[in-house]
Each structure stands twice: as C-alpha cells, then as structure tokens.
Write a protein that binds this ligand. Structure first.
Ligand code: NDP
Length: 337
C-alpha cells in the first residue's frame, strides 16, 4: 500500500520536500469492514489549506498523516453485508492505494455510471459548489452579467455553463489563451479574458457593457481588484475560494483597499456571502444531482477532466494546481478500473 503523507508544513508554495511516499502492506479488514482499492483520487485547492497548522473550518492534517482527499474506489474485500466485492464507492480515503472503512463514510456509485470519476467533479463536490453557490447565493436572472474566474476549472466551468442555461451573459477569466478559447468555443461563454494580460481592467470594462451583476469569486487578488469597480448596484458575490492567496505569506503590496471594498459594498448594497459546500449544502445534493444528470444527458453541460496517471505524479500535479497548470478537473488515476 503506497501512501503520501505530509512530512513538513509549507511556507508559501508547497514543494516536493513537504511530502513523503511510504510503502506498507495493505491493511486487512476486520468483520464489518471493507478494503478499498482507490482507482481515482481528486486533487482540490482546499488541500493546500489543510497543510497549514491554522484554525479553519476543518482540522489541519497532522505531520506524518496521509494527505486527505476524496476517492472513487472499488471494494476489494468485503466483510460488511452492505457492500459486495467490485462495488464502486465514493470514499474519503486520501492519497493512498488501499484503505479500510466500516462503510459509514462510503457512498455507493451506481454501477451503470459511464464515468465513475465524475463523482469527484461534475456530479460531486465541485459540481454542488458551482450549482449552489451560483443559484442559491448568486441568484442570477435572465439578461444579467455573470463573471467567473478559474473559468475552465472544476467549479468555474460549471458556474459559467449554468449561468448560460439561466440566460445570462457570461464572462470568464482564465490563465491562458488556450483556456480562454475553450471557454468561448466549447463551453459557450460570451467572452473569456486572460488574467495574465497587462490590461485586464480595460478589457473587462469593454466586455461588461452593462456592469457585473454576479461575480462568482474563486480566486481573489488581482482579479477581484479589476472586478470591484464594475459591480452593479445590488450585485451578488458568492465567495467560494481565494486560490490566488493560498500560497501567500504576506499581505499584497500597495495601499490598503479594505475601506474601498467596504465603501463599495455599502453604497452599492452588494451582497457577498462565503460558503463551505459540505457544511451548507450537503442536504441539497439530490436536487443538484438530478438537475446536473439531466443536463449532462442532454449535452447541455460539458465537462473536462485533467487526468494524471499514478501516485508518483500526484505531488507535482497538486503543486501545479496552485499554479494554474491543470486544464479541467484534476483527477489522478491510481490504478486500473
Ligand atoms: P480549478 O479546477 O479551477 O483549479 C484551480 C485554478 O485556479 C487553476 O487552474 C488556475 O486557473 C486558477 N489559479 C491558480 N492560481 C491562481 C492565481 N494565483 N490567480 C488566479 N487564478 C489562479 O479548482 P476548483 O474548481 O476545484 O476550485 C476553484 C475555487 O473554488 C478554489 O478557490 C477552491 O478553493 C474553491 N472551492 C470552494 C469550495 C467551497 O465549499 N467554498 C468547494 C470547492 C472549491 P487559471 O489558469 O485559469 O488561472
């Protein structure tokens, strides 16, 4: 059983020295337990936060412990009546090949699902995040303008497509020309701008001819700076993530913009609301799943996975996620189906 543990806490961007690969015998299940064999591992930005020893909505990963993460697994051995060998399940068994479970934390994945790994993305946590953040907090209305950054990623690509289904004008912001072309040509966004270009503020102003009604916040930092002046009165900001800050070790340079932000929120009556998808929206999973399954079957939603092969490439892929190297939902294939 190979596993990747947290060996030291990163200061700034994580590097390979923060992780350790261990190799041990696979554990043996006791009565009532199952042995899980991980086939797909989800890599997600929140894992960076769990590497810090700071108070957050979830406990930090302890040094020496296996890195956490959602997985799609096969039941390899079952000593639990609720599961049969060969069943597909959604688990939270982390960065390792094998794990034990008593079954209580497992969700069965329908055997006829064409792509079991979709349970980690479009039909799983990132999908629920996009759906609930946009529809429940963002409340987009037909004809409004929705802006979303990390626009081709797991969450952002779905936010933009759902907003299009609701009749909005959608503007994506992404980290390369290739990603932007994909957002417009394949995902149907109206525009997509490269946040690495020098004149992002002017470009955004040019395409947001009617201002911004919903800004789905995935990244923070420089992107938020250019969005803020264009927000319309009564704009909504689902505050989902701030990935541009996850590796930051100090406050950004320049003047303190807190009073500017608070002034804008006040004068424009902006609603900005953070959310943690598991805590706030787990109970609405079925509603989301029905809608998303239908949209997928009707080809109204497109979904792109960035598949990495093997545990050996997991650390580099995760480091790359925080640098924009992924193009689509980042998933590692740990073993054969
Ligand atoms: P993505 O698949 O979008 O991958 C991350 C992307 O973020 C990168 O590809 C890159 O895209 C962008 N990025 C990375 N670094 C920077 C940077 N410095 N500045 C701007 N963009 C950057 O990840 P997810 O869709 O899984 O997550 C998107 C956001 O949603 C994250 O902030 C995450 O923490 C948050 N989230 C929050 C949840 C909640 O419950 N609140 C649940 C799930 C996710 P590009 O190259 O286009 O810039």
């Amino acid at each position: 059983n190979r596993s990747i543990t947290l060996d030291s806490r990163p200061f700034g961007a994580p590097n390979t020295d923060n992780f350790l690969i261990k190799n041990q015998k696979p554990p043996s299940p006791l009565q009532g337990q199952v042995l899980l064999r991980s086939v797909y591992l989800s890599l997600d930005p929140y894992m960076r936060g769990r590497m810090n020893d700071t108070k957050s909505y979830a406990e930090p990963i302890a040094l020496g412990e296996t890195m956490v993460g959602a997985t799609v697994c096969r039941i390899e051995i079952s000593l639990n009546d609720n599961f049969q060998e060969g069943d597909w399940v959604l688990a939270f068994s982390g960065w390792q090949d094998y794990a034990l479970s008593d079954g209580k934390d497992l969700l069965k994945i329908p055997p006829n699902l064409a792509n079991p790994s979709f349970a980690l993305g479009v039909l799983g946590m990132p999908g629920l995040t996009a759906y609930m953040g946009l529809l429940d907090i963002g409340q987009p209305k037909t004809g409004e303008t929705v802006v979303v950054a990390a626009a081709t990623g797991a969450v952002g690509s779905l936010v933009g497509q759902i907003a299009k289904l609701k009749g909005c004008t959608v503007i994506g912001i992404a980290g390369s020309e290739e990603k932007c072309a994909y957002a417009v040509d394949q995902l149907g966004f109206d525009h997509c701008l490269n946040h690495k270009s020098d004149n992002l503020a002017q470009q955004l102003e040019q395409v947001c001819t009617k201002g911004i009604d919903v800004y789905f916040e995935n990244v923070g930092g420089r992107v938020f700076d250019v969005v803020m002046p264009l927000l319309n009165p009564c704009a909504r900001i689902p505050l989902c993530g701030l990935i541009s800050q996850y590796n930051a070790t100090e406050l950004p340079e320049g003047p303190d913009r807190m009073s500017l932000l608070m002034g804008s929120i006040l004068i424009k009556r902006i609603k900005m609301q953070g959310f943690i998808v598991f805590d706030d929206y787990s109970h609405r999973y079925n509603e989301f799943s029905q809608a998303m399954t239908l949209w997928l079957s009707e080809s109204k939603i497109k979904y792109r996975e960035h598949l990495i092969e093997g545990l050996d490439n997991t650390v580099d892929a995760f480091i790359g996620l925080l640098e924009g190297k992924n193009f689509g939902k980042l998933v590692v294939r740990l073993g054969p189906d």
